[in-house]
Design a protein around this ligand. Structure first.
Ligand code: AMP
Ligand code: ZN
Length: 141
């Protein structure tokens, strides 16, 4: 299946395998991988394979597929990491805090008093910690 792509987009490069990611799962329409600036351990992204920036332009069936993949990842996060809660978050446009204009849903496990805000600051995660939680979730899928 062919998808629209944008050569300058970081997520299109991940979809194309040009830059690495901790890939949790993949199907014909979507890919899920760990966020490299996790708000909490287990923070992951469900991403459309095609380059559609926002909810107003993505085909509805692709959006549904991204939501379905987010649900699969969220189930693994809940069962394996047992967070106090999980936020699914999807931003559209820079004004909404969207930094990568390629549609994705955040799967964000919550911890008590984690101070997470809607538009959080990016702090690089420890690669070994991201990989360790990645392996647990991958196995739980
Ligand atoms: P947003 O600001 O809602 O567009 O979210 C974009 C997310 O992508 C941020 O949480 C970033 O940490 C994350 N991100 C950016 N580049 C990468 C990458 N190469 N691999 C994994 N996550 C990334
Ligand atoms: Zn893209």
């Amino acid at each position: 299946m062919t998808h629209p792509t944008d050569g300058s987009c970081i997520f299109c490069k991940i979809v194309a395998g040009q830059i690495p990611c901790f890939k949790l799962l993949e199907d014909e329409t979507t890919i899920a991988f760990m966020d490299i600036n996790p708000v909490n351990p287990g923070h992951a992204l469900s991403v459309a394979k095609g380059h559609w920036p926002t909810v107003d332009v993505i085909p509805p069936d692709v959006l549904a597929a991204v939501a379905k993949t987010a649900q699969r990842v969220a189930k693994a996060v809940v069962s394996e990491l047992k967070p106090v809660g999980v936020n699914l978050l999807q931003a559209n446009g820079a004004g909404a805090g969207q930094s990568v204009p390629h549609l994705h849903i955040h799967i964000m496990p919550r911890r008590p008093n984690d101070g997470a805000t809607l538009n959080w600051d990016y702090k690089p995660g420890d690669k070994a910690e991201i990989e360790a939680v990645y392996k647990r979730l991958k196995a739980a899928l």
